[in-house]
Structures are given as structure tokens and as C-alpha cells.
Design a binder for this molecule. Sequence first.
Ligand SMILES: Cc1cc2nc3c(=O)[nH]c(=O)nc-3n(C[C@H](O)[C@H](O)[C@H](O)COP(=O)(O)O)c2cc1C
Length: 376
Amino acid sequence: MRTPVCESFGLEYPIFALSHCRDVVAAVSRAGGMGVLGAIVFTPEELERELQWIDKNVDGKPYGVDVVIPAAYVGKAQGDLGKLDLEKLVPEEHTRFLEQLLDRYDVPPLPEDVPRFEGLLGWTASKGRALVDVAMGHPIKLLANALGPPPVDVIERAHAAGVQVAALVGRGDQALAQRDSGVDVIVAAGYEAGGHTGEVSTMVLVPEVVDAVAPLPVLAAGGIGSGRQMAAAMTLGAQGVWMGSIWLTTHENDWEQVIVERMLSATSSDTVRSRCVTGKPARMLRSGYTEAWDSAESPGTLPMPLQFLAGAEAEQRIRRAIQAGSSSGAELSITPVGQIVGSMKQVRPVRQVVSDLVDGYLDAMERMARLMEETE
Ligand SMILES: Cc1cc2nc3c(=O)[nH]c(=O)nc-3n(C[C@H](O)[C@H](O)[C@H](O)COP(=O)(O)O)c2cc1C
């Protein structure tokens, strides 16, 4: 299964893991894959702390950082509006809708002395760039970007430091734009994927992107959770796999037990693609929160980054309620995860997930080889 991306990144297996949890990132890299830390949830100071920890715990193995520098969002034309200006653009109706929703579920307000979180507001270029500044101060091997081509100067800066750049795409034309802007690796993320995702399925998207950008390497993402699916992705022409959901039910991941249990009991039909968290379509578990935004009373979602701003405090309140053990808080939970959640039936250590993927891949390929022999 060694492909050119293994050579160029120094990996044992072409398995890439997007996670916001540093323990998962370091564990995947130590197991022979490439952990990629999602930086969006951190302030620059927090990201610095997380990367220092990874540097100490990754045993010198390669790892990457993922930022989000969206191509389109409110305030971009004005050179990024500040938080206060953006907040003025959130209609009163949206704030009221969320207040009423949280009241209905008995989710307590935030105490005055609890700081309102800022870190998640990475949904603008200036915030994304501040995270790139931090990431470039560490020995990363890969800088990934979602929601549009990374700015050319960011790509040039990474290349000058010997860091390869990856970009996530959900359509063939997006892949071509990424190739033209100088990206080194394309991640083709299909409809099944957790988090932000487009409308084309992985099965259709991967070969389309592989053909469009050849000879650039393509990683397949969306709906991959087993060695069989990895073998399918490689058969479609991908040089490796990029996975987000599967790590959410590992020992190393830091999510609350009640959320892990919701994932373990979910079926592949229990996710929805919704704009309710960031304003762009993202896949997550169906919950009271997603249903409310889809209901007749919903004021409708706002464009990025206003939707995130509108819901930031609600999200923080829900998280605190979940941590305090409230079951109604859990009913409102915002849980990004892909359709593969239906196959995530046990909690495993990261190392086991990686070895199960490798074993399953080898079994699948042997089965195919036997089929070939039988046909000859
Ligand atoms: C919990 C979660 C958080 C995610 N956060 C990010 C992110 O910050 N940046 C990003 O580029 N992709 C993010 N993604 C999307 C992944 O990069 C990837 O496209 C997706 O997980 C692949 O499909 P899968 O979930 O079926 O493995 C996230 C996915 C999940 C499940």
C-alpha cells in the first residue's frame, strides 16, 4: 500500500487523520500515518500550546495542521470586519430563536464570570492566517486548508519552508482551481463526510478528481472507516485516505462520554447536512439543534461567519450543560460526524484503528487477487 505520498511525507501507511484532539494526532503519526491537527477550534495561543505538546509526543514522526481560510464569507470585501461589527449583522430574530430553543430544553445561561469563547471564530482569512503563523513555527510536514484555495502567499510561504499544502474539495472544478493555485495534494471529500461537505458522493468524486488533477496526488475522504473502504478508495485512484469521523470513537479522543454513546448507537441514516453551525453545509448527527433550524419556526441560517457568531454562545451553553450531565443538553448536541458513524460500534485505541485498517485493506486486496486468478 506504499504510494508516492508515503515517500514524500515519510509515512508507513497512506492514512491521514483530521482531528482537533492532539492525542489523536500524535497517536496516528506514531502508528505510521499522518495526524493533522484541526486548528480552527483554537486561538493562536492555544494552538501554540497544542503544537508544543505534539512536538514532544510525536516521536519525531510527521504531522500536519489544518486551517480554514474560506474563499467566501461576509466581511471579506471590507478586509475582514471585526467581531463587534459582525455581531451587529446578526438579526435579533436569530438571537431570540436560540434563547427560546435553549429555554425549552432547560439549558442554563452562561454565568457572568465564564469567558465567552473566541477560538472557534477562525472562519475568516485574518483569523486563519494568524493560525498559519503559529503552525509555521513548528516542524509540520503538511498545511491543509478547507473551504477554498489557500491564498497564494500562504502556499508560497509553506513551500519556502519545505511544507506541502493540501486542500479539501467537494467538486471537480474546485480541484482544478486548487491545482492551479499551486496546491500539492488534493483531498476529495465526498457527500458522506463528516464536517463541511459537498453534494457529490465519494464514489463519484474521487475518480473524477484523480483524472482532473493527475499527476497530483489525491486523498479520498468521506465514508472511509474500514480497510475495505480504503481498498475501494485506492482502487478509484486515490493515493491514500483522509479520515475524520473514525477517530471520534477512539480512546484518545477527548469528547464527552454521552456524545460517544450517541455516536456508538447511531445508524448511517442518523446524520444530516446542515448549515446550522457555520452557515455552510456540514454533516453532523441529527439532534434537537439541527431539527430546530430545519423547523417551520426557524428564522433560516445566516451566511458564514454570522451563523457561527449567532450560535457561539448557545453552543457554549449546550457544551456546559452536557458536561454537567444534562440529558436535555445532550439532546441538543452539535456533533459533526459522517455517515460512517453507523459502523462505529466500539471504542478502540488509535493504534488498533490503524492496524484494523491495514489488515482489512490487505484482506480486501487478497480477495481481489484471488478473484483475478479465478478469472484468468
Ligand atoms: C468532528 C469533525 C471535525 C472536522 N473539522 C474539520 C476541520 O476543522 N477542518 C477540515 O478541513 N475538515 C474538518 N472535518 C472534515 C474532515 O477533514 C474530512 O473531510 C471528513 O471527516 C472525511 O469524512 P469522514 O468524516 O467520513 O471520515 C471535520 C470532520 C469531523 C468529523
